[in-house]
Design a protein around this ligand. Structure first.
Ligand code: FAD
Ligand code: UDP
Length: 378
């Protein structure tokens, strides 16, 4: 046997696990079905700009240990996510904060903004009480209670319908709960202590994690000799889809996907911000990403004379697409539980990451999860 661990998938989960295990002297082999390493954080260089091929990725965490760990691999820049929302040409700052309230209603003080939201909330609350509802039952009710009618109509309703492909009345309330509402003039999208982008791009992070680890790309576990993994390694660490591992025997898990239309614009600065959300149905896409703004600031934006932009189209997952977002409805959660029961019974196979755990993981928690699984193996 040549290896201690055969690791399926070179995303942040597989790469972190491989890094920790090989640092501890274990022999690791990473196999990756895509042509390149890095999973969804992979970037392609176009016109000297790192283009986030599988969707815009902004690293954020309040966990000092994780922040130190990634910065130990590659230092991070000072990018702070502050998206702009465009509703039929009207522009608003996100997340919902004093700038948004000022743009929406002309209010200037937190007291004025609170009074306006309270007035709108009171109406939503009395409608709910009238129907005998105590807790918000769906995303629409949750949003109306959080920010009131005007913000819901202009900044939430149609964006959410585009993103999830269904009505806000048919979506769970929790999706919207994590969006901050602030009575200060603060456009920072995240509440976390630390955020940024690796200097030089995410590929540097993956290269650093996988430095010295043997990796094979363009190799699908299921159709390669590695499927017979015991011939190669003592243990298998699997970060592909869990239903596929068990040959879809109970049925397929559902996903939402995103498709990207990426183009080069012959201008140095196309939209003046990395992220612009289009919150009405007027545009079929949800967001437009201008990739250079993740890594170029101030006058540096103009040193690179062209720019690369991507429109993001949220869509139902079909064969051949990338599985991106889990669907947390009853059918899928029950189906996942059945697969997980099988996984829990394995002795030398370890499942981790967003595909294997059927979980919407941000990057920092996925790294933490790989550390946890590695620690439990000691
Ligand atoms: P992945 O990155 O998907 O890696 C899994 C790898 O396994 C893939 O490379 C895949 O090709 C490979 N694989 C699968 N099956 C096989 C097989 N049979 N054989 C060989 N290889 C296989 N997180 C943030 O913190 N901030 C963000 O701003 C953010 N934005 C996001 C935007 C989008 C559109 C999406 C989808 C996710 C975003 N995330 C963000 C989440 C982030 O992408 C994940 O936390 C992270 O990529 C998970 O890493 P992973 O290794 O679990 O999965
Ligand atoms: N959302 C919205 N308008 C926006 C941005 C977000 O209504 O301009 C809602 C939408 O329902 C989305 C949820 O907030 O699904 C969470 O958004 P976030 O940007 O945190 O999620 P991501 O798209 O990164 O998963």
């Amino acid at each position: 046997m040549d290896y201690d661990y055969l690791i399926v998938g070179s995303g942040l989960f597989g790469a972190t696990f491989a890094h920790l295990a090989s640092k501890a002297g274990k022999r690791c082999l990473v196999i990756e079905k895509r042509a390149q390493l890095g999973g969804n954080v992979y970037c392609e260089k176009i016109e000297g700009i790192n283009v986030h091929k599988y969707g815009a990725h902004i690293f954020h965490t309040s966990n000092r240990m994780i922040w130190d760990f990634v910065n130990g691999i590659v230092p991070f820049n000072r990018y702070t996510n502050s998206p702009i929302a465009d509703f039929k040409g009207e522009r608003y700052n996100l997340p919902f904060n004093m700038n948004t309230f000022n743009q929406m209603w002309g209010v200037r003080t937190p007291a004025e903004a609170k009074a306006k939201i309270e007035e709108q909330k009171a109406k939503a609350l009395s409608d709910m009480v009238g129907q005998g509802i105590v807790e918000p039952q769906n995303l629409e009710q949750q949003a109306l209670l959080l920010v009131g009618h005007d913000i819901y109509e202009k900044l939430i309703k149609e964006y959410t319908e585009k993103q999830w492909g269904r009505s806000c009345q048919d979506l769970p309330a929790f999706i919207i709960k994590r969006l901050p509402v602030r009575f200060v003039y603060d456009n920072n999208y995240f509440n976390d202590l630390y955020q940024g982008i690796p200097i030089g791009g995410y590929n540097k992070l993956i290269e650093g994690l996988l430095d010295g680890v043997k990796c094979v790309t363009g190799t699908d576990y299921f159709t390669s000799e590695y499927k017979d993994w015991r011939r190669f390694a003592g243990k298998l660490v699997y970060s592909g889809p869990i239903d596929e591992f068990y040959d879809f025997r109970f049925g397929r898990l559902d996903w939402r996907s995103v498709t990207f239309k990426t183009r080069v614009e012959d201008t140095a600065n196309f939209q003046g911000n990395a992220v612009v959300n289009y919150t009405s149905h007027e545009q079929p896409y949800t967001r437009v990403i201008e990739h250079k703004h993740f890594e170029m600031f101030g006058p540096d934006v103009y040193k690179c004379r062209k720019t690369v932009v991507s429109e993001e189209y949220s869509t139902e997952f079909k064969a051949g697409m990338e599985p991106f977002y889990t669907i947390n409805d009853d059918r899928n959660m029950e189906l996942y539980a059945r697969y997980k029961a099988l996984a829990d019974n394995e002795t030398d196979v370890f499942f981790g990451g967003r595909l294997a755990e059927y979980k919407y993981y941000d990057m920092a928690p996925v790294i933490e999860r790989a550390m946890e699984i590695w620690r439990d193996l000691q």
